[in-house]
Design a binder for this molecule. Structure first.
Ligand code: AP5
Length: 230
């Protein structure tokens, strides 16, 4: 990221102005974990395309039933579904942290169009890099709250009481796509369709790279530092 872009982000943080960022990274890199930490610290909504899709699946809506066919296989849900879902969610928000969206060039271009109409462009993209061997262990131990979507890990970030969310008391569950076979497929999908976004946002000088192999706390601190540094 250029010094100029860091300066812009610094100004955003220092003046209390709006913040519109996206999180990019392979499955299990910690996009959701870090987006939730930053959202809490900054008081900004985290908008996760995966959570929106899982809610539709849970409610058994026509969109949810269609999306599930792709999610179960580790493939991307068609843009016709995801772009509308996210656009509808962000249209009344002046600031947000996008988690898991965009994850293809076509989605990034559609997001640019939607935000340009709202006169509220994306300001930066936090890219969390992690190798495949790390993500399998992370995802196989992940637990998610059925009520508030808080993220835990049996070893790295366990809840105080087994099976119960610390924040809302909700039931913790293991995602059905967190099996080794589907994780490998999701990683492949990431390589083919999402990784090109690193160049896309790199060329726009919007990329903020973070080493995702560190602990949750170290990554959170690195993100805050990069957002504040000139
Ligand atoms: P989605 O829910 O977005 O899944 P994903 O991209 O595969 O990402 P994850 O949620 O698995 O991982 P994460 O990076 O958020 O990691 P987390 O913080 O949870 O998408 C699911 C499916 O929905 C997709 O496969 C697709 O079908 C569909 N979909 C979603 N968005 C779409 C889109 N835009 N277009 C089309 N289809 C879409 O952390 C993982 C675990 O690791 C947790 O247990 C956590 O506690 C732990 N952990 C986190 N950081 C660390 C660390 N530093 N050290 C140790 N453990 C850590």
């Amino acid at each position: 990221m250029s010094a100029e872009n860091l300066f812009i982000l610094t100004c955003i943080l220092c003046t209390g102005d709006v913040m519109r960022l996206a999180f990019l990274g392979p499955p299990g890199s910690g996009k959701g974990t870090q987006a939730q930490i930053l959202a809490k610290n900054m008081g900004i909504p985290q908008i996760s395309s995966g959570d929106l899709l899982r809610e539709a699946v849970q409610e058994d809506t026509p969109i949810g039933r269609k999306a599930k066919q792709y999610m179960d296989k580790g493939e991307l849900v068609p843009d016709t579904i995801v772009v509308d879902l996210v656009s509808e969610r962000i249209k009344n928000e002046s600031q947000f942290l996008l988690d898991g969206f965009p994850r293809s060039l076509s989605q990034a271009e559609r997001l640019d169009e939607v935000l340009s109409q709202l006169k509220a462009p994306l300001q930066g993209v936090i890219n969390i890099g992690v190798p495949l061997e790390d993500v399998v262990e992370r995802l196989c131990g992940r637990l998610t709250c059925s009520q508030c979507n808080a993220i835990y890990h049996t070893k790295y970030s366990p809840p105080e009481k087994e099976g119960v969310c610390d924040l809302c008391g909700g039931h913790l569950f293991q995602r059905s796509d967190d099996t080794e076979a589907v994780i490998t497929e999701r990683f492949q999908t990431y390589r083919e369709q999402t990784e090109p976004l690193i160049s896309y946002y790199g060329e726009k000088e919007m990329l903020i790279n973070v080493d995702g192999t560190q602990s949750i706390e170290e990554i959170a601190a690195a993100i805050e530092k990069k957002l504040h540094r000139i």
